[in-house]
Design a protein around this ligand. Structure first.
Ligand SMILES: [Zn+2]
Length: 143
């Protein structure tokens, strides 16, 4: 028969609880409009996420290294707030590796990343347009 001579309590580290009031401008509003790329009119200020456009983009090779599709849709970092995706017309097709390098690993400094992504997005828009695949209900991007 097994008996335990000692019962060891797991040691819990004490973590001090800090209550910091969240400034009003940092609080996320409970409800924010999501542009779903549908046929409804899209507000000017809200970043458009057009499913059709994003699909076309995924069918293109990686804009960074040319890896054949399907690609991932990479949202540009436009100084967007956390959790808010930038406009889909600023996105570009990327293979898993490039999407990771630029979006997750952030191998480029912020400023450089923006320049690179702006260029990728510009080329992407041009490609989609020249292929005649620009969705009818998606407003053109003013260059
Ligand atoms: Zn790539």
């Amino acid at each position: 028969m097994l008996t335990r001579s000692t019962f060891r309590k797991p040691k819990l580290e004490r973590v001090p609880t800090v209550h910091t009031p969240v400034p009003a401008h940092l609080r996320r509003s409970a409800s924010f409009a999501r542009a779903d790329g549908g046929s409804e009119a899209v507000e000017k200020e809200s970043p458009i996420q057009h499913a059709g456009y994003m699909n076309v983009v995924r069918s293109l090779p990686c804009e960074r290294c040319g890896h054949p599709p399907r690609s991932q849709f990479c949202h540009s970092d436009e100084g967007k707030g956390t959790g808010i995706k930038s406009d889909c017309r600023l996105g570009w097709p990327g293979c898993a590796q490039c999407h990771h390098d630029i979006g997750t690993a952030r191998i480029y400094p912020k400023e450089q990343r923006r320049q690179i992504e702006a260029e990728y997005a510009r080329r992407t828009r041009h490609k989609v347009e020249s292929m005649g695949l620009w969705p009818k209900n998606l407003p053109r991007w003013s260059e």
